[in-house]
Design a protein around this ligand. Sequence first.
Ligand code: PMP
Length: 474
Amino acid sequence: LTSSDVEQAGSDLQDLREEVADTTKEIMKLVARRIELSKRIGEVKSRGSLPIDNEKVEDALLEEVLRECERLGLDQQLGTKILATLVRESKKAQRTRVGGKQQQLITPMVMMAKATEIEKGGRKLIRLDVGEPDFRPPKAVLDVVSSALYSYKTYYTVGRGIPELLSALRSYLAIRYNYREAAENQLIVTPGGRFAVYSALATVASEGDSVVVIEPNWPAYKEGLDYIGARAITVRTTFDERWEPSPERVKAAIRPNTKAIVLSYPSNPTGKIMDKASFAEIVEIADDRGLTVISDEIYNDYAYRPCPTILDDLPKKYILTSSFSKAWSMTGFRVGYSFAPAETSSRMLKILGLMITCVPDFIQRGAVKALEAVDEVSRNSRTMKERIDATSAELAEIDALELIKPEGAIYAFPQAKDPGFDSSAFAIELLEKKGVTVSPGTGFGDYPRCFRVSLGQPQETLSAGVKKIGEMLG
Ligand code: PMP
C-alpha cells in the first residue's frame, strides 16, 4: 500500500460522502414536498368532510412501492418501513388541516382511570367496566407465595422462567389440552398475558407490516401494533352475524405485508366462541400464506361450548398466549405465558429480558401451585356461567337493548336497538347519574351502539347495575 493509494482512497471517500449528503438532502426535499401535498389533501378532505384514512389508497400505494422495490432491487421490508413512516407523517399533516379535536377513545383503561378518580373522592360506584373477576385467588397460591417470600425466593431467575414452572406448564398443556409435545424452550413465563401478546406482535411484525385482527376485540392488539408502527387490518364482525367471523373475509384482508392473524376466543368483549371448522379454515389460510396465528386463549376456562385452541391442530407458525389472570383470578400477580416454536420463542424472550429480566421468583412459585388448583378454576367457571345466564336474562328485560348471549369469557356486549345510540355519551351519563361504569363499544372497534358489561362482580352487584342501566334507558 503506497501513500498515494491512501490519498486516493481518502479523496474517493470524500466524493462519495458528498454524494451521499446531496442524496440525503434530495430525499429531505422530496419528503417536504410530500408533506406539503398531504396538507393540501387535508384541506380538500376538510372541504368535502372526507375521512383521513383511506385503506384502498394505502393498499394501492403499498403495491406500487413493492413493485418499485422489486424494479430497483431494493429490500421490500425496507420499502414498506419507509412507506409506513411517510404515511404516518402524511396523516399527521392532514390532521392539522382537517382540524377539530380528536375525540378521545374511551377504552376500558380510560374508563378505569375515570372511575378510580371518582372513587378517590369517596363516591361508591358499581364497577362493571373492569375486566377482572372478583374471585379470590386460590388460598394455596397465597400460602406458597408467602412462604416463598420468607424462604427468600426474592432474586433474579433465568428469563424464560423457573424450571419448576416450565415443567408444570408442560404437564398442564398435556393434561388440560392433551398436547404432549411442548418443550421447555418453547415456553416463556411472562408478566401477564398482555406482555405475551405485545412480545408476540413485536416479534412477528415490524414497522410497515400489517396484522389481521377481528373486531370487536380487546384494544391492546391494535394499540400494540400502533406502537410498533405496524397496521392492524380489521375484519369487522357484527351483531347481525352473531359476531361470527367469516374465513373468506379474513382471507380478503391479507395484504402483501401481512405477517399474522390474531384470534382470541372466547372473545372479549362479545363472549363469542368461534366454530371449530371456521377456526381450522383460518389456520389453513394462515398456513397457505405463511402467516403466524397468534391465539390469545386467556378465557379458555370460561367456555360454555367447545372452544377451538391452536393446540388442536398446530399451524405451521403459531404463538399461543395465556395467563393466570382470569381463570385463577390472579390479575395482580402479573403472570402469564406464551408457547411458540423455539426460534420464535427465543426472539420473544429477548424483549422480556431487555425489559424486565424475569417474572419475580415468588410469583412463579405461586403459578406452579395455581396449576394444581383445578377445583377453584372449575368453581370460577361454573359461577361465571351462572352470571352469564342470569345477567343475559336481566338484560333481555330491557326493551332498548338486544344481546347475543355470550358463550364464554366474562362479559356481556349488548347493543342498543336505536341505530343512533352513542355508547360513549351513555357510559359517561350512566357513571355521572347512576354511579355505574360500563365500557363503551367504541373501545373495541367501531361499535358505538354496544357497550361491555363485565361480569366480574357478585350477582347482586350485577343485578343492581343492570337495573340502573335499565332505568337510564327506560
Ligand atoms: N387478552 C385479553 C383478551 C384480555 O381481555 C386481557 C385482559 N383484559 C389480556 C389478554 C391480558 O390480561 P393479563 O395481562 O392480566 O394476563
